[in-house]
Write a protein that binds this ligand. Structure first.
Ligand code: PFF
Length: 453
């Protein structure tokens, strides 16, 4: 077998992990979750979940991945051979592929918006026209499937190019650009007339809107946004060099992801209020809002708003791609390392499967809108199933594995690089306590309240 590839530098590791974390979850999902679950109170719950419940899972996954230097399935076989833990490995191969299928549908929407922007279709359109377009487009049949296909092919192409050339080369360049752009957009959005209501909405918590569903949704959003509980970070960590710092990578990724989501919130929410859009409008929120901001930014010159829009949709697309490739890589690592498949065949198998499921998700906004699974459309069902249940469940099992199955000495060794990293040694007991008690108990409590309340 070819030797395992490694990420080339610390910057590359952080960028690849941040690339997986920062994506449509921040730009598309976070603002509409905030809108559906009551604004600032949700933001606070999301931040608490990110640091108390979800960051420990990041450490758990990186410890497992780097120690075993295997994908999820192989990692369990290596660290706990012949035990039922291998099922956790298998479980976490399946969930990112499910996410990939519906994620690609939304990725396709951004491809469509890029085309539209390039054709000047949004210039000078009223907010109601822009909203009308979104509803019409996603409920049609051929268009959304075509752009979903384009998105899937882009993902497959990058993953096919391999870890170093494909994933590392791509994320290192694009992530910093994206960060700068979203800050610029937020600054502009906050100066729009009528924006102050949106700013207040993000800053002034109203806990009366918070219920068990909102708490579960906040935890789900934190898992989704940090790509945890599905073995993605585990798989990336298996390509990390021994001298990398797990604590620094974790905190670096979590902070950049959180900042990104919050800044995206400040880019979207003020404009939502300025355009008179309902914050609880759901999955279309960001697509309804961005063209409105770009029109304003163009100051009446259609070519200017089109250029701004194109730059933005390209970067959103890139953010979506860097996340989607991480979902596919988990399955590819499994099929190549455990099943002996060639990289090309593994990519093909996953692409075909995820594409088919994605088609069903796409159709669930139109011809299949009446098909309901536990009261949800196919798309919403898979999204809720993954974010609110599968990801936290995977995360719970990863932390139980590290906290209760691995030996304390091994975990210490991996977390502190053999005792050489002073800050990690000093913080080890806190992390160990979070891993063993706080994260698992917290996740179970959220599960139970969501189930019974
Ligand atoms: N974290 C990604 C985002 O915020 O868009 C979504 C994601 C990527 C979820 C990878 C799960 C995953 F395995």
């Amino acid at each position: 077998m070819a030797p395992r590839e490694n990420f080339g530098s610390r910057f590359a590791v952080i960028m690849a992990m941040a690339g997986s974390a920062v994506g449509l979850g921040n730009i598309w999902r976070f603002p509409y979750m905030v809108g559906e679950h009551g604004g600032a109170a949700f933001v606070i719950l999301y931040m608490l979940s990110s640091f108390i419940l979800v960051l420990p899972i990041f450490f758990a996954e990186t410890i497992i991945g780097r120690r075993s230097r295997q994908g999820t399935f192989g990692a369990m076989e290596k660290l706990a051979p012949g035990t039922p833990w291998k099922w956790l490995g298998l479980f976490t191969v399946v969930s990112p592929i499910i996410i990939l299928s519906y994620y690609s549908v939304v990725g396709g929407w951004s491809v469509e918006y890029l085309f539209k922007a390039a054709c000047l279709d949004f210039t000078n359109a009223e907010p109601s026209e822009i909203q009308g377009f979104f509803g019409q487009f996603i409920s049609s049949t051929g268009g959304p499937i075509a752009v979903h296909t384009i998105f899937m092919l882009l993902v497959a192409g990058i993953v096919l190019a391999g870890v170093k050339k494909g994933i590392e080369g791509f994320t290192k360049v694009t992530m910093p650009i994206l960060f700068i752009l979203i800050i610029a957009l937020a600054v502009y959005s906050m100066t729009l007339p009528g924006a102050s209501e949106g700013i207040t909405y993000l800053l002034k918590p109203d806990f009366s809107e918070v219920d068990a569903h909102a708490v579960a949704a906040a935890m789900g959003q934190a898992f989704f946004s940090l790509s945890l509980g599905v073995g993605t970070i585990l798989t990336y960590a298996s390509y990390m060099r021994k001298e990398e710092n797990i604590l620094a990578s974790g905190v670096g990724t979590a902070v950049s992801d959180l900042l990104f989501a919050v800044i995206a919130g400040f880019a979207v929410m003020p404009a939502v209020f300025a355009a008179g859009i309902e914050p609880g409008a759901g999955a279309g929120l960001v697509f309804d809002t961005l063209p409105f901001i770009f029109n304003k930014m163009g100051m009446g010159a259609p070519w200017l708003s089109a250029i701004i829009a194109i730059i933005f949709f390209v970067t959103i697309l890139v953010a979506a791609l860097t996340s989607a490739i991480s979902m596919m890589e988990v399955g590819v690592a499994y099929l190549t390392e455990e099943k002996g498949m060639r990289r090309g065949s593994a990519v093909l198998a996953i692409t075909v499967f995820a594409w088919c499921v994605g088609v069903l998700c796409s159709l669930s906004f139109g011809p299949l809108a009446d098909v309901k699974l536990l009261g949800n459309s196919i798309f919403d069902f898979l999204d809720k199933l993954c974010s609110n249940w599968l990801l936290p469940a995977g995360g719970l099992l990863f932390t139980l594995f590290v906290g209760w199955k691995m030996s304390r000495a091994d975990v210490f060794d991996e977390f502190t690089n053999g005792g050489t990293l002073k800050a990690n040694v000093a913080l080890f007991n806190v992390v160990w306590f979070l891993l063993r008690f706080v994260a698992p108990v917290g996740i179970v409590v959220v599960f139970l309240t969501n189930l019974f309340l």
